[in-house]
Design a protein around this ligand. Structure first.
Ligand SMILES: [Zn+2]
Ligand SMILES: [Zn+2]
Length: 175
């Protein structure tokens, strides 16, 4: 699935593309047309792509690109802290965060929908969790909250049989 940002984002996206490429170069990865395309796809992606999303997208321009080139580039960017892993329960593939500021990921249980919510309270939450547990908190990917997205709420409410409706909707329906 490819999600594009609105056109006003173009400048921000190309700045980010440049930043990713320069960081790769400093890490010893030569700037190639393929790596530029990978960085461009990541920078302009408004969602949480998987490595195979990026691979499928870059193949439209570079049909011969190897999967290893895409996966290695993504790995290096992650090691450099420029993108973050987002592992979601029941999703087969790891998603990647392009926006590494701590935020809440609201994940739909019924579809692939993941919404980002920016809030300062994530910092507070991480601090409390660290202080009260003594753990070194892994900030990668921020906070993950599960629920049912508005589209699925609608779709499931329209479902003909009760069995297709999630338990969580039954309460809302009664009111
Ligand atoms: Zn959904
Ligand atoms: Zn996110």
């Amino acid at each position: 699935m490819s999600v594009k940002k609105d056109p006003d984002q173009t400048d921000t996206d190309s700045n980010l593309t440049r930043h990713l490429l320069e960081s790769l170069e400093r890490a010893g990865k030569r700037r190639t047309a393929q790596r530029s395309a990978i960085c461009e796809i990541l920078a302009s992606h408004a969602g949480h792509p998987t490595a195979s999303d990026v691979y499928n997208e870059v193949r439209r321009t570079f049909p011969m690109i190897s999967q290893a080139t895409v996966y290695n580039t993504i790995d290096t960017l992650r090691e450099l802290g420029l993108i973050a892993r987002l592992d979601i329960a029941n999703h087969d593939h790891t998603h990647y965060e392009i926006d590494t500021r701590p935020h809440v990921n609201v994940v739909c249980r019924y579809c692939e929908n993941i919404a980002d919510v920016q809030t300062d309270s994530v910092d507070v939450l991480f601090r409390h969790a660290a202080e009260n547990s003594g753990f070194a908190i892994d900030r990668d990917g921020g906070v993950i909250v599960y629920g049912v997205c508005p589209d699925c709420v609608q779709r499931l409410a329209d479902a003909p049989t009760d069995a297709e409706r999630p338990r969580t909707l039954h309460g809302a329906e009664a009111g």
